[in-house]
Every structure is written in structure tokens, then in C-alpha cells.
Design a protein around this ligand. Structure first.
Ligand SMILES: N[C@@H](CCC(=O)N[C@@H](CS)C(=O)NCC(=O)O)C(=O)O
Length: 182
């Protein structure tokens, strides 16, 4: 089994955490290089990571990969919450790229503002939610919030005291520090 990914990606990190106790090869890819895109195109028209190749099975998208690794489809309720984390991650990636490519460096445009509002409302949802277990949901949330801090995409700590505590509670887990993007 081979996982293609970049070390900084929050989508890849959640899969690496899920694969903690499994044997697999990790193939680092720079998704923005010509070489990286050519390599990804051999398998995935999306040209995104994570990408999992397991014998004849080629799986793209972290939600599909996570269910493939788990060996069964997730419940609708879990999928809905994982989609919330994906929406928040996608919005963060849009903001990061708009700034990186100097398209909207100060988040003034309507598109950036929409993304900021979406992140804020999803954060509020998780601030209210009980997150006691270290399960797939917590792992995905951890990776995205950590990536927000790493890339300085969104200052989430100010209005989310429970999430700050949640991050504090899990930061010393061995595989969390080993997979840190920084
Ligand atoms: N929905 C996808 C999103 C994955 C994604 O956006 N990955 C980023 C890396 S953080 C990527 O490959 N970006 C390449 C690009 O935008 O060209 C998933 O959950 O796997």
C-alpha cells in the first residue's frame, strides 16, 4: 500500500494518523511542481493528495480513503461532521492560496470574506460539540486546526477556548508530534 502526499497537508496528515499502526510506503509529492502533477496524473485526474494506491485499488479524496482503510462506510452522521471539517479545510486552503498568489492578500474580497465566514460558523459548531474521544473526527479536526496555526491562515484560538483545550489535550500524542507540519 502506498500513500502519496505532502508532509504539510492536513488532508494527508489525517490519513497518516489513521495508518499509524499499518505498514505502508509514503511517497512525498510536491503538488505544485510539474513533476509532482505528472506523477499524480498517472493515477488521479484530481491531481490532489492524499492518494492511496493499494494493489489494483486507486483511491483519491481523504474521505473515501479513510473509509477504505476503516474497511466499512462511515455512518451518515459521522460523514456529515467530517464534511464540515473538509469544508473548513477547503476554505482555509482557498484563503492560503489567494494570499500566496497575491490575488487577495488582505482578505478584502467577497470570496475571501465568504470563506472566513464559513470557517467561523463551522468553528462555532465544533466549539459547542463534545469532543471526548480521540477518534477519526477528533483527528481530522486536530490536523486542520494545527494547519491553520502552521500557515497562519486563521486565528481560531481567540473565540474557541474549548478547542484550545482540545488541542492542548492531544498535542503530546506520539504520532501527533511525529506528523507535525512544522
Ligand atoms: N477533498 C480533497 C482535498 C485534498 C486537497 O485539497 N489537497 C491539497 C493538498 S493540501 C492538494 O492536493 N492541492 C493541490 C492543488 O490544489 O493543486 C481530500 O479530502 O482529499
Amino acid at each position: 500500500m502506498k500513500l502519496y502526499g505532502s508532509l504539510a497537508s492536513p488532508y494527508v496528515r489525517r490519513i497518516r494518523i489513521q495508518l499509524e499502526d499499518r505498514k505502508y510506503d509514503f511517497e512525498p509529492i510536491n503538488v505544485f511542481s510539474d513533476e509532482g502533477q505528472k506523477e499524480l496524473l498517472k493515477y488521479a485526474p484530481t491531481m490532489r493528495v492524499p492518494l492511496l494506491v493499494d494493489r489494483d485499488n486507486v483511491i483519491w479524496d481523504s474521505l473515501l480513503i479513510a473509509q477504505y482503510i476503516a474497511g466499512n462506510p462511515f455512518s451518515l452522521d459521522l460523514q456529515k461532521e467530517l464534511v464540515l471539517i473538509n469544508e473548513m479545510s477547503d476554505s482555509g486552503i482557498q484563503l492560503y492560496q489567494l494570499r500566496k498568489f497575491n490575488l487577495d492578500s488582505n482578505d478584502k474580497g467577497e470570496f475571501s470574506q465568504n470563506n472566513l465566514r464559513r470557517i467561523s460558523s463551522i468553528l462555532e459548531y465544533f466549539e459547542q460539540r463534545n469532543l471526548e474521544k480521540w477518534d477519526i473526527l477528533s483527528q481530522w479536526l486536530y490536523c486542520t486546526l494545527d494547519w491553520f496555526s502552521f500557515r497562519e491562515v486563521y486565528s481560531w484560538k481567540e473565540h474557541s477556548p474549548k478547542l484550545v483545550k482540545f488541542m492542548q489535550d492531544h498535542k503530546d500524542r506520539p504520532y501527533i508530534s511525529q506528523t507535525s507540519p512544522g
